[in-house]
Design a binder for this molecule. Structure first.
Ligand SMILES: NC(=O)c1ccc[n+]([C@@H]2O[C@H](COP(=O)([O-])OP(=O)(O)OC[C@H]3O[C@@H](n4cnc5c(N)ncnc54)[C@H](OP(=O)(O)O)[C@@H]3O)[C@@H](O)[C@H]2O)c1
Length: 327
């Protein structure tokens, strides 16, 4: 028997770095890290077309609602995935929440806890704090006592940041975030979450307290708008951070790199993180923040992409198969 299962998607997470789907979606390359979706192995939800269960996964009962963690190819109505990449959706969780959970929260969790060693009393700099990973990270910081969170985002998103638990929102468009943090915390911070790359990695490193860590997990500085910008590419490459082992030793700091897409062979490791995340969800400590939900049709996919390219989103942008929903 195959250990694959076929699922039909109910909602799929979208990322700014993903290209829009093509009509022959089956071979569609997607998120460079990983993509996610929520699906059901039952005929009941009207959005689903076809469901066949063939696998021996953790969840092998027809009718299970599952979320899927897959490296690519999730922008389609039906997918076949190894059952180890599926996780049972808790009863109280909607398909949309499930689609918004895996990539954002696994990334935030592993960066903060597995690399960052987040402890009570720590301070954390979260860049892109109003994005999907950023919102997840801030909620996870709240699960530890007395954590100070500096979060960068456009000023229009600061109310949402405060509601989510950011202690000090910083508008990086108008303020030098390094100066701002140094004013509040002259010694700097314990953890820098760095999805930006380029010169921001060095700034993050220099903001670290002794025993601090900068965890780099993205290169958003490469993207400055809807079109490829060669100047930004060159600038980011030129400003790439580098450090020697001797410098690290003398500074008592660590630099880590995280890419969920390259952990796809680490089933036990990732499943353990998902189990802890689902426990936090069931206890009411985390809740995916959904910016907007878009129907799975080409014209609206373009609108969904625009929402991200224009940096309007707060939280996750989702695609769903089926008719238009109120946003
Ligand atoms: N390594 C991994 O496994 C992994 C997994 C998931 C995501 N990631 C990376 O993590 C980052 C965040 O992903 P996400 O899904 O949370 O993003 P998102 O939800 O699309 O958030 C994007 C927001 O970040 C802000 N931003 C700040 N600087 C930016 C820049 N230079 N370019 C684009 N947006 C910028 C913008 O808001 P404001 O300007 O209004 O603040 C924008 O609306 C991305 O770089 C992604 O590739 C990595």
């Amino acid at each position: 028997m195959s250990d694959e299962r076929e699922v039909a998607e109910a909602a799929t997470g979208e990322d700014a770095s993903s290209p829009p789907p093509k009509t022959e979606a089956a071979s569609d390359p997607q998120h460079p890290a990983a993509s996610e979706g929520a699906a059901a192995a039952a005929a009941s939800p009207p959005l689903l077309r076809c469901l066949v269960l063939t696998g021996f996964g953790g969840y092998d009962k027809a009718g299970d609602r599952v979320m899927v963690l897959n490296r690519s190819g999730m922008w389609q109505e039906e997918v076949t995935v190894p059952s180890v990449q599926t996780f049972l959706i808790p009863e109280a969780m909607t398909f949309e929440e499930a689609a918004a959970l895996l990539v954002n929260y696994i990334t935030a969790y592993m960066v903060l806890f597995d690399f960052g060693n987040l402890q009570p009393g720590h301070s954390v700099l979260v860049h892109m704090a109003a994005g999907g990973v950023g919102m997840a990270a801030v909620q996870l910081c709240r699960t530890v006592e007395n954590v100070t969170v500096f979060g960068t985002a456009s000023a229009s998103k600061h109310e949402a940041l405060k509601e989510n638990g950011v202690t000090h929102p910083i508008d990086y468009h108008t303020t030098d975030y390094v100066d701002e943090i140094k004013k509040i915390s002259p010694k700097g911070v314990d953890i820098v979450m760095d999805p930006l790359g380029g010169s921001d990695t060095a700034k993050g490193y220099n903001l670290l307290k002794p025993m601090g860590k900068v965890v780099t997990y993205g290169m958003a500085n490469l993207l400055t708008g809807p079109k490829r910008n060669l100047m930004a590419l060159a600038r980011t490459w030129w400003n790439q951070f580098s450090v020697t082992a001797l410098q690290l030793l003398q500074a008592n700091r660590a630099v880590c790199g995280f890419h969920l897409g390259y952990l796809d062979g680490e089933v036990e490791l990732v499943s353990g993180v998902v189990a802890r995340l689902l426990a936090l969800y069931n206890q009411g400590h985390i809740k995916p923040h959904i910016d907007s939900v878009w129907p799975f049709e080409k014209v609206n996919v373009a609108d969904a992409m625009k929402q991200m390219q224009e940096k309007k989103n707060v939280g996750k942008v989702l695609l769903v198969p089926g008719p238009e929903k109120e946003n």
